[in-house]
Design a protein around this ligand. Structure first.
Ligand SMILES: [Cu+2]
Length: 271
């Protein structure tokens, strides 16, 4: 029976591939990790502080001469080891409960990060593959039909897989809001993935100091509704927003001008 249900599920997934919107976005995963740690951290803090306060109050020196616990506890004499207690039961419980919490947190976080590392099953998702090329100082995005842009256009609710490389020095491509970040190394491709559940404009940045224009090495990421994206993509066939060579030069020149304007000390000769 269980097996049959499993087969049915596999069949359903095979016939109807997971919609990008059903995939847990990296941003949701990281938000959840943050929330779990915040919640547990707060709980541990509250327990520890409350326990400390309670005992500080209970055993405080109230100025009285007599020891109200004299008949309840046996105080050790100087040089004598304390006796009594509960045979280390409290220590045992606190150690084992802490160990269980810490080990399960590590295991759970690790499994979440493995998911981020590997991404959703490619057989079950209709991912959009985009090549990203970093150069001093900008980004080229190359779509499956060969179309190249300097702004990243992606559809909403679809898994986007990036193959990131560099044509000159080390860069690092990241879109903070979508929780994507990966190295751009010349001669090598590194992959990253994300899904954007909301349309809008995000910012991609370079996260590896790569020269005087590094801080200006930002670009826009535009997330469009799926049908709008299909329309846009259909009319990109055979056209390039960045013509090989000429536009890269234009971008570089533009960046140089921005550097010169923003920070004369960086680009220009000393006055
Ligand atoms: Cu860079």
């Amino acid at each position: 029976m269980k097996e049959m249900a499993g087969n049915m599920l596999a069949l359903t997934v095979a016939v109807f591939p997971l919609h990008g919107g059903d995939v847990r976005a990296p941003s949701a995963v990281f938000d959840q990790i943050f929330e779990v740690f915040l919640l547990l951290g707060t709980a541990v803090g509250v327990v520890v502080v409350a326990y400390t306060m309670y005992h500080a109050l209970k055993y405080r020196d109230d100025g009285g001469e007599s020891d109200p616990y004299a008949d309840k506890v046996e105080r050790p004499q100087m040089g004598e080891k304390p006796t009594g207690g509960s045979g280390g039961r409290k220590v045992f419980y606190s150690f084992s409960i802490s160990a269980v919490i810490v080990v399960s947190l590590i295991a759970w976080t690790y499994s979440q990060l493995l998911y981020i590392e590997q991404g959703p099953d490619p057989a079950q998702t209709d991912a959009l593959e985009i090549d990203v090329e970093g150069y001093r100082f900008g980004w080229d995005f190359i779509y499956p039909n060969g179309h190249t842009t300097n702004t990243l256009y992606v559809p909403q609710d679809r898994v986007v897989r990036l193959q990131v490389t560099s044509t000159d020095v080390f860069h690092n491509f990241g879109i903070p809001e979508l929780r994507v970040k990966t190295d751009a190394v010349p001669g090598q491709y590194t992959s990253a993935w994300f899904t954007a559940n909301e349309t809008g404009t995000y910012t991609a940045k370079c996260y590896e100091l790569c020269g005087s224009g590094h801080s200006l090495m930002t670009t826009e990421v535009t997330v469009m509704p799926q049908d709008e994206y299909e329309d846009w993509y259909a009319q990109t066939e055979g056209t390039n927003e960045t013509v090989e060579g000429s536009n890269e030069t234009a971008t570089a020149t533009e960046t140089d001008q921005r550097i010169a304007a923003d920070a004369p000390a960086l680009g220009g000769a000393p006055a």
